[in-house]
Design a protein around this ligand. Structure first.
Ligand code: SF4
Ligand code: SF4
Length: 367
């Protein structure tokens, strides 16, 4: 296993982390938790010492299963995470609500402390600001008491918004989605976090299955390696100097083996070098929005990169249903907003990919 330093914490963590949201669904629903717990134990045997969990994962059983595994190993051998936000403790939580949630996670994980506790799933700056106002003090208090070791956040924001959060200096690390499909959305954010000495953990390195499900579009990632597309996509992320841990969601021991193989003899490189290498690769990707955000400044405040990202999913899958799915489940933005486009074409003039943005918005509007 390849290890990296988690920001400036001095913690040595595996380049692959275990995402615990994919325990076998049949085993989970049948209550075969000990069997599921074999996955983190096997991961640790193979050097994976960072286990990422949260309330709600696997029908809310992930923390329980992960705790069964954690109780069977030396506590110091593993770094464990969990998460909280308004969705888990209510819109106007009190200190007691926060503590009850945290204590439930500690209890389920059978531990006295959580190494990385996330302010979870900050969708935009506005939501982040409110979480800071209401919850950050509770996080700090729990940290002082030793219940959590590091305060971190997870986010779906774009690069420039992530930079704003990073600049506050309030967090030791962050968890963000980053992959061969969307990396331009977040590149500036990871570079900033790295420079500030933060750890950077990546979720969704396979683009929600989009990458392995469309192998021909991403074959270029495998060139010069003996890896399959999924492994090459993991390696693509893990090889960024700025990224500390790449999470791999594993259902079986084979998934663990695959993820471990992806970082064998890993070579770290700066993000800008990796991006230069892949810029313009893959014929079938030419019509994709790259997430560069040069089209910002729409007079109607339409968040164009997000709508174009949803359209990307359609290009890659050939299924129009992928568009509303992405807008609802990933970005959580209204589909009707696209109808406000006045076709001024300001965005198209700035688009680095020369995409027919107006037509695409119209198509989304017609769905
Ligand atoms: S064409 Fe539509 S989406 Fe583009 S800038 Fe004008 S109003 Fe906004
Ligand atoms: S400028 Fe074009 S490629 Fe860049 S984010 Fe906007 S729509 Fe996508």
């Amino acid at each position: 296993m390849y290890y990296k330093e988690y920001g400036n914490t001095g913690m040595k963590v595996s380049a692959i982390g275990l995402g615990t949201m994919r325990y076998d669904a049949d085993d989970v629903s049948a209550g075969r938790f000990e069997k599921c717990a074999e996955i983190p134990l096997y991961a640790l045997e193979n050097g994976i010492n960072y286990w990422d969990t949260a309330p709600g994962y696997c029908d809310d059983k992930s923390e329980i299963i992960t705790g069964i595994a954690l109780s069977q190993v030396k506590r110091n051998d593993v770094y464990i995470t969990s998460k909280t936000n308004f969705n888990t403790i209510g819109e106007n939580p009190t200190r007691d609500d926060f503590r009850k949630r945290l204590e439930m996670s500690l209890d389920r994980l059978k531990t006295d402390y959580i190494d990385f506790y996330h302010m979870w799933c900050m969708l935009d700056l506005q939501s982040w600001e409110r979480h800071m106002e209401v919850l950050y003090g509770f996080f700090e208090e729990a940290k002082k008491e030793g219940l959590i070791r590091n305060i971190v956040f997870s986010s779906h924001m774009q690069g420039n918004d992530i930079e704003t959060v990073v600049e506050t200096g309030k967090f030791r690390g962050m968890l963000i989605g980053y992959n061969a499909l969307n990396y331009r959305f977040r590149q500036s954010g990871i570079e900033k976090a790295y420079k500030e000495g933060m750890g950077v953990v990546v979720m969704n390195p396979l683009g929600g299955g989009m990458i392995p499900n469309n192998p021909e579009a991403f074959t270029y990632l495998t060139e010069g390696t003996d890896l399959n597309v999924a492994q090459a996509a993991l390696r693509f992320v893990a090889s960024h100097r700025e990224i500390t841990i790449t999470l791999a969601g594993c259902t079986t021991k084979e998934h663990v083996d695959d993820a471990v193989k992806a970082v064998e003899n890993l070579e770290e490189r700066p993000a800008e070098e990796i991006i230069r290498q892949y810029e313009g690769r893959g014929e079938s990707l030419n019509n994709l929005c790259t997430g560069c955000a040069y089209c910002k400044g729409c007079p109607k405040e339409i968040e164009i990169p997000k709508y174009m990202d949803a359209y990307n999913q359609y290009i890659l899958t050939g299924n129009k249903k992928a568009i509303p799915d992405r807008l609802d489940n990933h970005w959580d933005i209204p589909k009707e907003k696209v109808l406000e486009c006045i076709a001024c074409k300001k965005c198209e003039k700035q688009c680095t990919q020369h995409l027919p943005i107006v037509d695409r918005l119209k198509e989304i509007g017609e769905l």
